[in-house]
Design a binder for this molecule. Structure first.
Ligand code: ATP
Ligand code: MG
Length: 509
């Protein structure tokens, strides 16, 4: 029989989540302070106990407590445990901390190339024209890369910047081959990159890039690990936050093998503040999100969205979330009321429960729960008192966090950023060489003009020599242009650059 994790107790009995259907995704919704994070923590630590790895964004820092034991338990936790008669066994969950900014966790990075033009456009809040320019930039980089040229390597923001400068400087050639990019568009993108850097995002782009295997590592004791992404600062840049999580999701989808419905998921991914993913998202992006969510479950990955109202999640995605934990919603305004009705309709009807009414009456730490049974059928909604977690509720002490970071060897390999030769260095050097050559040519021309002037009276043929020298220097410039395409074959890494669902390159396995 497939196992399940127990999350609370209702009048009908213990309510849980069938591990075999945990990859059918889920939703934790509810107004502020109604118990969402605690429910997430209970799910995460129960998954870890069953050997399932978890990735969760920690928006307020309070999820970090899962790494510490909840001993002694707070009064409300002991009271709740007694009330529902489920054991409370204070215990820390195995946890690892990650942080895009490398402060509250091991640095987590990716390269601009891997992010791809669609997500990069989203991060930069690009207009349509700017998105077009990014697409061209990535295409050029791909073409170079296929030719084995490292100037096609876009590792960090400096690389992207250098490539855009190159595009602006060579707009005629590029316009003919790839399409027109105006210098205004490039300048606007450069400003946005600068802004992104000022927000601290330059630390996110670069190497060593995060390897997905980190999330799939197993432990000797057979327990799963909760990978906590410190997101307090990251969420201040909502576009970067949502693009990052989306990138991670799409990478998982691309990299993980097909497994169908395994007995328990390979990974459960909690996407907190999920409304940020969908807010202002163009239809194209929504379609892709829907596609990733739909396809990723057969890779054994469950995605759980956490947000205030189910109305924050588009219907097409909502309809794929099989496991629901609905905390209290308030219905003050007509918009609230609509959200309550929408939430109620999304549950399978239970004649004994007036869902719309109960959603508004739920106490803190209480939720309407409807999950899928082991066969995949929805269990009727039940008003459930959620159990307290065994781990600490609230933020972990900074000193404890830091000592865990020191002790985790795989995470430490990401501490030091490396900057190998890529677009920025190569194109930069080339631009310098071109500028120096141009300056030399100009200098030479000037000298020759002066010489010609001085000798004009002595010899009538000198002006034609000057002309021929000028044309020679022009030939040199042309050759230089040709060299850009033909030479400089550096380190050839044969990579298939087929672009996947989000325009990110498919990596060699
Ligand atoms: N299962 C529970 N049983 C009893 N009390 C609970 C339970 N869950 C939460 N609470 C109480 O509610 C408080 C707030 O819970 P939590 O932080 O999970 O809310 P939240 O919905 O995440 O809030 P926010 O929207 O502000 O992030 C907890 O500190 C605790 O006192
Ligand atoms: Mg919370």
């Amino acid at each position: 029989m497939a196992g399940r994790i127990e999350v609370g107790v209702s009048a009908e009995g213990v309510q849980g989540l069938a591990l075999k259907r945990a990859n059918r995704h889920g939703l934790i919704a509810g107004a502020t302070g109604t118990g969402k994070t605690v429910t997430l923590q209970v799910l995460a630590e129960r998954f870890a106990r069953e050997g399932v790895n978890v990735f969760a964004a920690d928006i307020k820092g309070d999820l970090s407590g899962c790494a510490a034991s909840g001993d002694p338990p707070p009064e409300w936790a002991s009271k709740r445990a007694a009330e529902i008669d489920l054991p409370l066994e204070p215990e820390a969950a195995p946890a690892v901390f990650w942080d895009v900014y490398g402060e509250l966790g091991h640095p987590i990075r990716t390269t601009v190339t891997e992010m791809g033009p669609v997500l990069m456009g989203r991060v930069l809040e690009a207009t349509e024209a700017q998105e077009g320019a990014l697409t061209i930039a990535f295409r050029i980089a791909d073409d170079w890369f296929k030719e084995g040229k490292n100037e096609g390597l876009l590792l960090d923001l400096n690389d992207l910047r250098a490539l855009l400068t190159y595009i602006a400087d060579n707009s005629d050639d590029i316009g003919r081959k790839y399409g027109l990019v105006t210098s205004q568009t490039v300048a606007a993108l450069q400003r946005k990159i600068l802004q992104l850097e000022m927000d601290g995002a330059e630390r996110f782009f670069g190497e060593p890039a995060f390897k997905l295997d980190e999330l799939l590592r197993t432990r000797e004791d057979g327990k799963g690990t909760i990978h906590v992404l410190a997101a307090e600062r990251l969420v201040q840049s909502p576009r970067l936050y949502s693009a990052f999580l989306l990138w991670l999701m799409s990478e998982l989808w691309e990299e993980m093998p097909e497994v169908g419905d395994p007995d328990k998921p390979k990974l459960v991914f909690f996407f907190d503040e999920a409304h940020l993913l969908f807010r202002d998202a163009p239809k194209e992006l929504l379609n892709r999100v829907e596609q990733v969510v739909r396809l990723i479950r057969s890779k054994g990955v469950g995605i759980y969205f956490v947000t205030q109202s189910p109305a924050d999640v588009p219907d097409i995605v909502l309809s794929q979330l099989g496991n629901r934990f609905q905390h209290a919603l308030r219905a003050y305004t007509p918009t609230d009321q609509k959200a309550v009705r929408a939430a109620a309709q999304s549950f399978r009807a239970n004649p004994d429960v007036d869902v719309a009414k109960e959603i508004q009456e739920l106490g803190v730490g209480e939720a309407l729960v409807s999950t899928l049974d082991a066969k995949g059928a929805p269990i009727p909604v039940a008003r459930t008192k959620i159990r307290p977690p065994n781990s600490h509720v609230g933020p972990i002490l900074l000193s404890e966090r830091q000592s865990m970071m020191r002790d985790y060897a795989p995470g430490r390999t990401y501490e030091k950023a490396v900057d190998r030769e890529s677009a920025h260095e190569i194109l930069g050097r080339r631009a310098e060489q071109a500028a120096a050559a141009a300056a030399r040519a100009e200098e030479e021309e000037k000298r020759e003009k002066e010489a010609a002037k001085a000798s004009r009276s002595r010899s009538r043929s000198s002006s034609s020599r000057s002309k021929s020298t000028r044309s020679r220097s022009r030939t040199t410039a042309l050759e230089r242009q040709g060299g850009r395409v033909a030479s400089n074959v550096l380190n050839t890494i044969a990579r298939e650059l087929m672009r996947g669902i989000l325009g990110t390159p498919r990596r060699r396995r």
